[in-house]
Design a protein around this ligand. Structure first.
Ligand code: RAT
Ligand code: ZN
Length: 420
């Protein structure tokens, strides 16, 4: 039996260059971040101290620091950043993905990282104008649009929406409802305080009020989708407030408004509370629950990402069975080159181009630069291999084919899914 054909080394290199060029030139719709429209002022994090105090780096620094956690948290942001810089960048080489990311960002923004001079970096950022810096970061990352994570339960964010403001169209709303689904006893009095007739018991009337709440906020923020992150033991169907709210309020609301519901599965919140935002962990999810949702609610659209590496293959198989499921992103602990490359290859091999392989999850504006630069490298490598495989059996991917495909992966497939 003959083996499949070959392509010459120069041909393979030329193909890889072409793919790299197209991947770099294609704008991205970043469908999940924690960035805010600049109108939210201080809620939009940016600059070197926010980069250094990113919770991914806080977790890494805590492994090395010798001070009690409370002492760390009592420091100003600048002092925390000083400590993280000296611990993770100066005393050891910054090889972790989150450390490398800071350096990629600085390098691509034109700063000289060779000097290792934190004060000079601070001076540069202090001289920037935020509005121009937003545009610079978006352009440098070649990101066209960004989904925010918008929570009505956030006391800092809610009043900004209530007072209204002029929207920056690059920042798209996405309605986050974790407190509603995960802690109804505490969410109910909050909804009641905001004028919804919500009580502890989930009667038909209360469900109606939850739907009114969802409809009001969907409209207020012009949500592109609704979303929740769920622990590994999430199940469906189940006799819980969460499952009941999902079935009776969230899914009917999504159907009525034609919006997808995003599930981010597998986070164990607060496994080390001393680390605060950096203290969450991961667990393997029961994807039967997701399968039951997709099968039980064919009129609903689901977006899903899973945190555990062990769940990735199963997720692709579920997506092969249900076209109302759109897989997205290498989320959080999976957003490291080794795992992201493996996941991207596997997804293309199992579900082709009907996937959104990455979202940045940026919490600090400048992170867009590294998150997308690092992922573009991975995607270009994976796609070049896949196209080379096609070439070896005589299928010639044209430049237009490649441009179309990358456009799909960087937002086209997502937009089509949302519009379906
Ligand atoms: O990746 C992160 O920054 C996490 O803290 C989470 O915010 C996660 O992405 C989430 O949206 O729950
Ligand atoms: Zn997130």
């Amino acid at each position: 039996m003959a083996m499949t054909g070959t392509i010459t080394e120069p041909e393979r290199r030329a193909l890889a260059k072409r793919v790299e060029r197209i991947v770099a030139a294609t704008p991205v719709f970043d469908i999940h971040t924690h960035l805010y429209d600049p109108a939210f002022k201080y809620l939009l994090l940016w600059g070197i101290d926010d980069l250094l105090t990113y919770h991914y780096l806080v977790a890494e620094a805590f492994r090395r620091l010798e001070i009690p956690s409370e002492q760390f948290w009592s420091l100003s942001k600048t002092r925390q950043a000083d400590l993280i810089w000296s611990t993770l960048f100066i005393r050891h080489s910054p090889v972790s993905e989150a450390c490398r990311g800071v350096l990629t960002t600085l390098n691509l923004l034109g700063l000289d990282v060779r000097k290792r001079d934190l004060s000079a970096l601070r001076r540069w950022f202090a001289g920037q104008n935020l509005e121009k810096h937003v545009t610079r970061c978006l352009e440098s990352a070649n990101v066209e649009k960004i989904c925010m994570t918008n929570s009505p339960f956030d006391d800092l964010e809610r009043p900004v929406w209530q007072n209204r403001f002029r929207r920056d169209e690059r920042f798209v709303g996405a309605l986050r409802i974790d407190p509603l689904l995960l802690d109804w006893p505490r969410a109910a009095p909050r909804l009641a305080a905001w004028g919804y007739h919500a009580g502890a018991e989930l009667s038909g009337q209360v469900i109606g009020e939850v739907r009114r709440f969802l409809a009001d906020w969907t409209k207020r923020i012009s949500a592109k989708y609704l979303m929740v992150s769920l622990p590994p033991d999430f199940d469906f169907p189940e006799q819980t407030d969460c499952a009941r709210l999902l079935e009776k309020a969230v899914l009917p609301h999504c159907r009525e408004s034609g919006l997808p519901f995003a599930l981010m599965l597998g986070v164990k919140r607060g496994v080390n509370p001393q680390l605060r935002l950096a203290g969450d962990g991961v667990g393997r999810s029961n994807l039967q629950a997701l399968q039951n949702l997709c099968a039980g609610f064919p009129e609903n659209k689901f977006l899903a990402t899973v945190l555990s590496r062990e769940n990735q293959h199963e997720l692709c198989v579920v997506a092969r069975k249900f076209r109302n499921l759109h897989v997205f992103g290498c989320w959080w602990f999976t957003n490291v080159p080794s795992v992201a490359e493996e996941m991207t290859r596997m997804r293309l091999e199992l579900i082709g181009l009907s996937v959104t392989p990455q979202q940045s999850d940026a919490r600090v504006l400048d992170q867009l630069v590294y998150k997308w630069s690092h992922f573009r490298e991975i995607l270009a490598r994976v796609l070049a291999d896949k196209y080379a495989d096609l070439r070896r059996v005589g299928w010639e991917p044209t430049t237009a084919d490649i441009e179309r495909d990358v456009g799909e992966l960087f937002g086209g497939a997502f937009e089509r899914f949302c519009a379906s």
